[in-house]
Write a protein that binds this ligand. Sequence first.
Ligand code: DP6
Length: 349
Amino acid sequence: MKEDKATHSATWKSPSNLAIVKYWGKKDFQEPVNPSVSFSLSRAYTKTTVSLAQKKGSGFTFYLDNREEPGFRPRIQKFLDHVRARVPLIGNHHINIFSTNTFPHSSGIASSASAMSALVLCLADLQQQVSGRHHLNIREVSALARMGSGSAARSVYGGWSIWGRIPEIPESSDHYAIHFPDEIHPVFKTLHDDILIVSGQTKKVSSSAGHTLMNDHPYREGRIIQARENTLKLIRSLKQGNMDDFIEVTENEALSLHGLMMSSMPSYTLLHPNSLRIIREISDFREATGLPVTFSLDAGPNIHLLYPHHIEEEIIAWEKRQLQTFCEDGCIIRDRVGSGPEKIIDTEG
Ligand code: DP6
């Protein structure tokens, strides 16, 4: 596996992220039909090493957890073809990619966001090593990550970020994500995200297929308006620390995403009966205690339980008492807002 002596290598870890306002539907090449807002996770990340081999010609090998994974090849190949013009080393080097995730596959954590952003960070780093001058700035890196997976565009930042053009945010763009432009209220800088694994089964309909179903969706125009309004309301609440508005937007977005799936043609649902039971428990608990706890959903049945740091103890006790029983093998992954990608310096020489 390591017969080709590496000339250059780079290692990066890059997080997955959770969107509060969801990217759902595409236009042109990997551009979103609506803005999305997310935060990067702390513990859920991909660590990737890319090395350039002295083999003649281009091409690549891909290892996930030390095993060659042919299933991922077509997507990586397509991605490399798309970014070749911006990362010329792809055309004249053989690339070895070694990746590991800190979270289980199919855990409801978006692995394409962390995987594609980690890969792009390595390639950008290597391009600079090879050419000595070709420095890609963070927005260019985000734009390249977007070509691998839309949500990956947001993973190149720590904390909160926005992807998709919205006139009220002058720097926003459909081509790349930007770091949240204003100061975030402390309560949202340390937000917790406990991922309640209702089912670890591979989903029946991929996100990419779901995006495509938005092209002729009867609610498409309404969805675009809704996402813009929710984005503005979320931005305000993140700045002001307004939990009530945050909860309103977060749940509206999560349930709208699944509502759009249910009203697609053909229609489908990724929800599990236990997803709904947990949602009911959350709303009952909030009503009974007044504690600011809410939920989000990705394109899957698992619940992202969101709450501020200062109520961690009460929430964990309640999770164990009331919620864990609805999780597959009692599985809960505890995460929170993270600080973004990191370059790993090789100390083995
Ligand atoms: C529901 O980024 O996975 O998680 O661009 O086809 O790779 P591709 O789709 P992907 O879609 C993510 C959809 C989502 C919402 C979000 O992360 O904004």
